[in-house]
Design a protein around this ligand. Structure first.
Ligand code: SAM
Length: 347
């Protein structure tokens, strides 16, 4: 999947094929404004204001505390993007907006989109990163509001793939204890507990994350079957022979190679014989200079924000093998495009 110009008539098709379309205009001016329009619509609740029934832009503006004319223009942008439709003087939501952007949708990405305000600040660091090679933002520098946005944003995107990860991870029979390292909101651990009735889970994450993740975990409705373990995984004792399943989802891409290797080793020792370590991530293809837009963007992003990288599944499997685990073949997730599970079993 990629973003890019979509021709709307045969002349534009021809222009694209012959490199006559000025794509940098679309990818910068349009790209910036499309992203920011969606972010503002979510932040001000423009789409949620249309959830019950079609309304005029003036009614939407009044409910959202906005000015009528800018609201009309923003709704026109959202119409051009396929999220709503003008019908006479009223605006109606499309199924696309209902599925992905309404706060009440089970597949809502609204919080994820609002977290992009924080990302907006991150990407301003790209030029400095290019000049110095240093990562621009460390998570420890986030303020309280950003931690809340981060946890809600990650939950929104993780929930999409969580049932599939729980279904496709090769866990041992009748698993009893799961540890989710850097599990934040706990949506993944909760999906495993729903699938395996005898399972209880601990979600290990930094105290500042847990402060905001705790109410989200409570919303999973699993009571004390899933609990938080506030702490820094690099300081905590993970123990030995304790867990049937250990998860590291969207975690290893935050750390340098020796740190990842060491952590995989500690996780391996914390598994019981037959237990499984599942690393879920956007793995970089082996061919290096891939033309996969999502992969190349992620690889740049994690260098810029965390001083790390997207790893290849083979690299992660190598750390697992060095930790005396038996790696499985990576399995691609269908519900989370670009992401895979790299699992390994302790013999
Ligand atoms: C990208 S999020 C992934 C959250 C979740 N696993 C998911 O897939 O949605 C990374 C998480 O790792 C946590 N984290 C970062 N450093 C950590 C550390 N040293 N110890 C424990 N958790 C950490 C962050 O607070 C954050 O919740």
């Amino acid at each position: 999947m990629r973003i890019g110009p979509v021709p709307q008539n045969p002349w534009e098709c021809l222009g694209l094929w012959t490199d006559r379309v000025p794509t940098p205009i679309l990818e910068t001016f349009h790209g910036l404004l499309v992203a920011r329009s969606l972010m503002a619509a979510c932040r001000f609740g423009l789409l949620d204001a249309l959830a019950e029934a079609p309304r005029t832009p003036e009614e939407v503006a009044q409910e959202c505390g906005c000015q009528p004319e800018p609201t009309r223009r923003l709704l026109a942008v959202l119409t051009s993007l396929g999220y709503c439709r003008f019908e006479a003087d009223r605006v109606r939501l499309t199924p696309l907006a209902r599925r992905w952007l309404l706060a009440s949708s089970p597949t809502s990405l609204r919080d994820y989109v609002i977290f992009r305000y924080r990302e907006w600040e991150f990407v301003e660091g790209l030029e400095e990163h290019l000049r110095t090679g240093r990562p621009m933002v460390e998570s420890s520098r986030m303020d309280r509001e950003s931690w809340g946005l981060y946890q809600r944003g990650m939950r929104a995107v993780s929930r999409l793939g969580a049932p599939e990860v729980a279904r496709r991870t090769p866990v041992p029979a009748s698993p009893r204890r799961l540890l989710d390292i850097g599990g934040g909101h706990g949506a993944l651990a909760a999906a495993f507990c729903r699938r395996h009735p005898g399972l209880t889970a601990q979600v290990l994450d930094l105290p500042e994350a847990v402060e905001h993740a705790a109410p989200l975990l409570a919303e999973e409705g699993l009571g004390d079957r899933v609990s938080h373990w506030p702490g820094d995984v690099f300081q905590e004792d993970l123990g030995e022979d304790r867990y049937d399943v250990i998860l590291m989802a969207n975690f290893l891409h935050h750390f340098p190679e020796p740190t990842c290797r060491d952590l995989v080793g500690r996780a391996a020792r914390a598994l019981r014989p037959g237990g499984v370590l599942a690393c879920v991530d956007f793995f970089r293809p082996e061919d290096g200079h891939s033309n996969n837009q999502m992969v190349t963007l992620m690889h740049l992003y994690f260098a810029m924000t965390s001083g790390s990288a997207t790893w290849t599944a083979r690299e992660v499997a190598g750390w697992q093998r060095d930790a005396a685990l038996l790696p499985h073949c990576p399995s691609r997730l269908r519900r989370a495009p670009g992401a895979s599970i790299q699992a390994a079993t302790r013999l």
